[in-house]
Design a protein around this ligand. Structure first.
Ligand SMILES: [Fe+2]
Ligand SMILES: [Fe+2]
Length: 687
């Protein structure tokens, strides 16, 4: 090659992060310091022979200049042109073109010309590339110093370039870390979160594979063991458990809280406290070589998990073969990778902890809701389980709506949060019954037991009084007439008594029958009215009304067991529910809970309560809940005043509700056709 000093100088970059500034950001190979002097001076080699060690550059003849490009192969090369003004002026165009095409050539010009030469200013080559002029007759030491200074100046340019590149890479990695932080903080699906953490850690460290473990705690909150959660390899193994001790690599990191950076796991010295388990390699036909294992620590500095990264490569996208894994294609993890992965691990720990906290809060809230619903249902054991079943039916219907691809609801889709919203609204829809008096809430018949007992006793008393009156008549007869004709008299009195007794007993029978919440017969209604007008004068002279107005009013209720005021009180539960739910600071995703629950007794035709909303005003979730609510009331077996109706009859009644424009027919069709109720109903029938 005609090189005077022919050894490209190998040196490690000025700091050990040199590798991150090359195109291959993972390389840790030593960078070669390419330094060249291109000269057209035939005596140049001889002139500086004594200074070769000081200059440390290859000398290239001017005509061989393109070889510099071959040798440096696109890497940064420092190049000083020490050429005559004539050569420069003759070749400046081609030199300029070559430099333009090869931006990694860092050039400087020392012109063999008198000190006052300024002809280069009119050439294509940028003025700032000219370092100095050195006349051929100048002392050699002057030339050498100029060369050394020119290289120093070029090195400064290279350093600046490298520094800029380093800043760019760091900026890129910081933005990557920021993106990771944001995406981890926003991920609510825990399994996906763990997968994102592992992928992020692998990407930022160019790791071929990796695994993630979580620390499990006992009831007292002390670390119990390490649970393997996910692996980048498709390991056909379920989650397994590792003890937190120094024996395994992941266990060691969890136990000590310190990261491990192992260049080659098959070349451990044997003095380590941990051992590498090669079983996974065998199981998955893999070859683990370099390994970086870092703890995920929360803000209390407690280890919540471990990220294990395996086989660092030059480029994350590269797929490694088994042979590659055993070769130099796998790199050791450097300090910088450790720092980046630690940054990811820190963010991951916070995300995991946040996720756990959210999960804890949700569990707490879920427990509170369940306890509240159980408490309210315990006030009326006859409707026990109603709220839970309505929640299941409504959620089942919502999921069926999601699956529908045709019809009015084909574009309606409830996401996970909305399904949760529907579930909470359904669970708590009757919570307002807490504001309804228990005697009204559980009222099964028109009169309370004690009220009916009072009527019975009254009639019993009247009968006794009738008996006493008739006995007096018998005594009077005996006193006046003796035994003569007494037998016939007694018979007529006993007949009178029997007639009175039958009359009173018939009245009681009608009263008892009218007390039932079923639809009041017209005949009963008229008879009750007659009874209510009757009164009886006792032997003491007191006037007794057979049926008090209040009793008559209750017994005259046409359907059900409640009078107008009591019905109003029961209906007020919806408003109580809404008031109660509105006081809960629901998250954004659940903010519709009060409104959905508020609409569960509304009817499409505006005849519902409490607000008389019409079809367009009632949220679809409330329309679904209305169907579930009625369906459960019909099929519930527990209500003493009403027998559970068979499924087909329940559907017929619901269809009647559709005809009366109370509930949505399309939603009912989906409910019936999808059999959204089946699983829950069968489960209940089995128990
Ligand atoms: Fe209700
Ligand atoms: Fe209900």
């Amino acid at each position: 090659m005609g090189l005077f000093y022919c050894s490209a100088v190998e040196s490690v970059g000025k700091n050990n992060r040199q590798s991150h500034f090359s195109d291959d950001t993972t390389s840790v190979t030593k960078a070669i310091d390419f330094k060249y002097i291109v000269s057209d001076d035939p005596f140049f080699e001889g002139k500086i022979a004594d200074y070769s060690k000081k200059i440390k550059a290859q000398i290239v003849k001017f005509e061989e200049f393109p070889k510099v490009l071959e040798e440096s192969q696109g890497q940064i090369a420092k190049l000083i042109f020490y050429i005559s003004r004539h050569e420069l002026e003759a070749k400046h165009q081609s030199i300029h073109d070559t430099l333009k095409l090869n931006p990694t050539l860092m050039c400087s010009f020392i012109v063999r010309a008198p000190i006052d030469y300024t002809g280069y200013m009119s050439l294509f080559i940028e003025e700032e590339l000219f370092f100095t002029n050195v006349p051929d007759d100048a002392p050699t030491i002057f030339l050498v110093k100029s060369l050394v200074n020119a290289f120093t100046s070029l090195q400064m340019v290279v350093d600046k370039f490298e520094l800029q590149k380093r800043i760019n890479v760091s900026t890129n990695e910081i933005s990557k870390l920021t993106r990771i932080g944001i995406s981890l903080a926003n991920e609510k699906d825990f399994t996906k979160l763990l997968r994102d953490i592992l992928t992020s850690a692998r990407e930022i460290s160019n790791s071929d594979s990796g695994s993630l473990y979580l620390v499990e705690k006992d009831e007292k909150g002390n670390p119990r063991n390490l649970r393997f959660k996910i692996s980048a390899l498709d390991l056909d193994s379920d989650e397994f458990i590792l003890p937190i001790n120094k024996k395994s690599i992941a266990g060691y990191v969890a136990y000590t809280g310190k990261q491990l950076n192992i260049p080659n796991v098959y070349q451990l010295s044997g003095n380590e406290e941990y051992k590498f388990n090669s079983e996974f390699d065998k199981m998955s036909n893999y070859y683990s070589k370099s390994m970086l294992v870092v703890p995920m620590k929360d803000h209390h500095d407690e280890v919540v998990g471990v990220i294990q990264l395996i086989n660092r490569k030059r480029n994350f996208q590269t797929k490694l073969t088994l042979e590659d894994m055993k070769s130099t294609a796998v790199l050791e993890y450097d300090k910088y990778s450790e720092e980046l992965v630690m940054a990811v691990a820190g963010q991951a720990a916070v995300a995991i902890q946040n996720n756990n906290l959210i999960h804890d809060i949700e569990t707490l809230f879920e427990g509170f809701v369940t306890a509240s619903v159980s408490a309210i249902e315990s006030r009326d054991p006859t409707t026990s389980g109603h709220s839970f079943r309505v929640a299941q039916y409504t959620v089942g219907l919502a999921e069926s709506v999601n699956a529908i691809a045709v019809g009015r609801f084909k574009d309606v889709h409830f996401n996970t949060s909305q399904i949760k919203e529907i579930r909470y609204a359904s669970l708590l829809h009757d919570f307002g019954k807490v504001g309804v008096r228990e005697k009204v809430l559980v009222k099964a018949k028109k009169l309370e037991d004690y009220e009916l007992d009072l009527i019975r006793w009254r009639f019993q008393f009247i009968l006794k009084d009738v008996e006493a009156k008739l006995n007096h008549k018998k005594i009077d007869y005996l006193q006046k007439h003796g035994k003569s004709g007494y037998s016939n008299f007694e018979k007529s009195i006993d007949l009178e008594y029997q007639l009175e007794k039958d009359k009173l007993e018939e009245m009681v029978r009608i009263i008892v029958e009218s007390n039932e919440p079923s639809i009041l017969e017209k005949g009963h209604s008229n008879f009750l009215e007659e009874i209510s007008k009757l009164s009886y004068q006792t032997t003491d002279g007191n006037q007794i009304t057979l049926l008090a107005p209040k009793e008559f009013n209750f017994l005259s209720i046409r359907k059900g067991s409640l009078d107008f005021e009591e019905r109003r009180e029961i209906e007020s539960h919806v408003e109580h529910t809404f008031q109660f739910l509105s006081k809960i600071p629901w998250t954004k995703e659940l903010k519709m809970v009060p409104a959905i629950a508020h609409g569960h007794h509304e009817k499409l035709n505006g005849g519902g309560y409490p607000r008389g909303l019409t079809a367009v005003e009632i949220p679809v979730q409330a329309k679904m809940m209305a169907i579930a609510d009625i369906f459960d009331a019909l099929t519930d077996q527990d209500r003493p005043y009403k027998k559970a109706v068979p499924l087909e009859r329940a559907f017929d009644i619901l269809k009647m509700e559709v005809r009366d424009q109370h509930i949505d027919g399309d939603l009912l069709d989906i409910f019936i056709e999808s059999k959204a109720y089946e699983k829950i109903l069968h489960k209940r029938l089995e128990t």
